[in-house]
Each structure stands twice: as C-alpha cells, then as structure tokens.
Design a protein around this ligand. Structure first.
Ligand code: AMP
Ligand code: MG
Length: 335
C-alpha cells in the first residue's frame, strides 16, 4: 500500500458538561477501542470499576484475535460444535435476526472477507475479485446453526461481532447502572453513546454529531435514556495503491467496502444493540433503503450524512436536534 491511514475517533462528543461532586470518569481499552465511562452520584467509583470489569469480560468473550475468546474457538472449530455462554448465544441470535431484518446488510459471518482486506491486522490489501468470490461462499446465515448453549459454523465460516458488540455492551451497562440507582451517566463505548438519565444539572445530555470530514460538529442532539450510535467510513480506512479510500464497513453483497453514498449513519433509540446493528447496516444500505427500513420496522430514529454533505433526519429528532457550525448542506426531514 502506498499510504496507510487508520483513524478511530469518537464520532459523537459530549457538549458542555457541567461539573459536579461525586463524579467518576474512567477510560478503558476494550473491544479494540477506547471507552469512557462517566457516572455521577454516590457510589460512582465502585460502579465504574465494576462497569470496567464487565467491559473486560465481554471484550475477552468476543475478541476475534484472543485465543481464549469464545469467538476464537468458534472460528477455529473446523466445522465442529462449540459450547458458548448464554450471552454469546444471545448476541449471535440477535445478530442473525438483524441480518434477516436488514436483508443481509448486517452480516456477522463476514470475517473471512474482513480479514482478507487486512482490517484485523492492519496489513491492508485489495483482494482480487476471484478471492472475494471464493470467500463470500463462507458467509451468510445459512452457515450458522445456533442452539441455546452451543453453535456450529460451517468449515471456513468465521464470525465477527464487531458491528453489534459495543451496543450490546452498552445495554448491559445501562441495566447494571440503573439497577444500582444511577440516574445520571454517560457511556462512550468507542462511538457508541449511551446517555443514562439526564445530565447532572437535570437537563438532557447534549451530544455533538461530528462532521465526517473531522471539522467540528454538524448537529447537536439532546437526549436522555437513549443510545446514539454512529457508523462512518471515515472511522477506519486505508488508501489503496489506486489512490481510492477503502473503509472498514463491508457490503456483504460484494465483499467490498460499502459505497452507498453515505459518509455516516447515526441511529438513535432505546436499545444500544439495535442502534449498533442498524448503524452498520444503514451505512451499507444507503439512504433510500434505510428510509424504507425505518418505515417498515420503526422504533428508531436516524441522522444520515451524505457524501455530498447533506443531512437526512427522521421526524422523531426534529425537536431534539439543532444544526451546528460545521453543517453546510441541505437538511431534509423524513416523515
Ligand atoms: P460498526 O463500527 O459498528 O459499524 O462496525 C464495523 C465493524 O463490523 C467492522 O470493523 C468489521 O469488523 C465489522 N463489519 C464490517 N462490515 C460489516 C457488515 N456488513 N456486517 C457486520 N459486520 C461488519
Ligand atoms: Mg454497528
């Protein structure tokens, strides 16, 4: 490769956070990314520590590279059946359901293809069409048989939960923290935001939606008790010998980086796992199919930024989103 670039940025940022006593904020490295957990109130120190342990445990369970992970065992099973925890089974089941709902745009069996492009090792390359054609035979839900405590994947099929795990982890932490009395906390799990309760001054959390070109915010979103998850081609990519940009989100139909006309897709909703799955899928599908999906299943809102710099938002965000400095395109509200 002539040039290489890998950028991981937090795509949603906290805007103007108040200062308050009894606040614990800590960064963790889990699931291949930096995660920030901020909890307000009594006991926050202990709760954040336990949140970190939970993130560590989930990270180990679902890593594609850690030899002790359940995903590693599945991916090296040679077609055999592997015992898995209830959580892993639940997450794979959810991902398979989302594969169906998104017409295959979210596909957790894409790992052989993702690996071939070098997104796991950083040794990037552009695979030949023949090679991609061969590898795509190992992908698809028909290659996975899931039971309550075990899973069998066809020989050559490999799973990567990277598109859903952070959102799912956000839901687990949300449950743990709220059950322990937390009414104000912010989880930033590598661009997956979970806003718990309200901010310490009692107002909704204010999140900046970053411009895909990295220059400031295009919008500010005010939410409480909601997740907001962004997928963008600019988060992790490389520049090929041909001078083109190749991003880490792959279109399962072609085995190539998605090129749907979107620069980023942000999904807002109650459930982090759903938002995470949909942000990846919508980035692959493009605006038109995303709009059709929103009409069909509902239960979420979205902010789509096109390659041309325009913004499409669904009507549920009309009153909680305001345009910010870095936005220069046209705004369309989908209703
Ligand atoms: P996210 O950041 O949630 O959009 O997830 C992107 C990550 O999921 C990538 O880094 C890959 O590991 C994996 N991935 C890429 N494309 C897909 C896809 N179409 N379906 C499922 N996982 C994918
Ligand atoms: Mg995702």
């Amino acid at each position: 490769m002539r040039r290489f670039m890998a950028i991981i940025v937090s795509v949603l940022t906290l805007v103007g956070c108040g200062v308050q006593e009894n606040k614990t904020q800590r960064s963790f490295f889990a699931m291949d990314t930096v995660m920030n957990v901020t909890v307000y109130g009594d006991n926050s120190e202990k709760l954040v520590q336990q949140a970190g342990n939970m993130l560590d445990n989930m990270s180990v369970l679902w890593s594609v590279t850690d030899e002790n992970s359940e995903i590693y065992a599945i991916n090296h099973s040679g077609g055999g059946t592997v015992d898995i925890s209830a959580e892993t089974s639940e997450l794979i089941r959810f991902a398979l359901e989302m594969d169906g709902l998104t017409d295959g745009a979210l596909d957790v069996t894409l790992y052989p293809v993702i690996k071939e492009w070098g997104f796991t090792t950083g040794e990037y390359k552009i695979p030949s069409e023949e090679r991609l054609y061969q590898l795509l035979k190992y992908t698809g839900t028909q290659n996975v048989i899931l039971a309550e405590n075990s899973v069998t994947v066809a020989e050559g099929t490999e799973i990567d939960l990277g598109a859903v795990a952070k959102g799912y982890a956000g839901d687990k932490l949300y449950k743990y923290l709220t059950e322990n009395g937390v009414t104000s906390a912010l989880l930033d799990l590598g661009g997956n935001i979970h806003a718990i309760g309200v901010s310490p001054d009692g107002s909704p959390w204010r999140l900046g939606v970053r411009s895909p070109d990295g220059n400031g915010n295009v919008a500010v979103l005010e939410i409480s008790d909601m997740a907001a998850v962004t997928s963008g081609g600019y988060e992790r990519y490389f520049i090929g010998d041909d001078g083109k940009r190749y991003c880490h989100i792959i279109d399962p139909a072609t085995g190539c980086p998605a090129d749907s006309g979107l620069a980023s897709a942000t999904i807002v909703g109650r459930h982090g796992a759903l938002c995470d799955a949909l942000s990846t899928a919508v980035y692959v599908m493009g605006a038109e199919k995303a709009e059709a999906l929103w009409r069909k299943i509902g239960g979420f809102d979205m902010i789509l930024i096109t390659d041309g710099g325009d913004m499409l938002i669904t009507e549920g965000l009309k009153d909680v989103l305001s345009i910010a400095d870095a936005f220069y395109g046209e705004l369309k509200v989908i209703s």
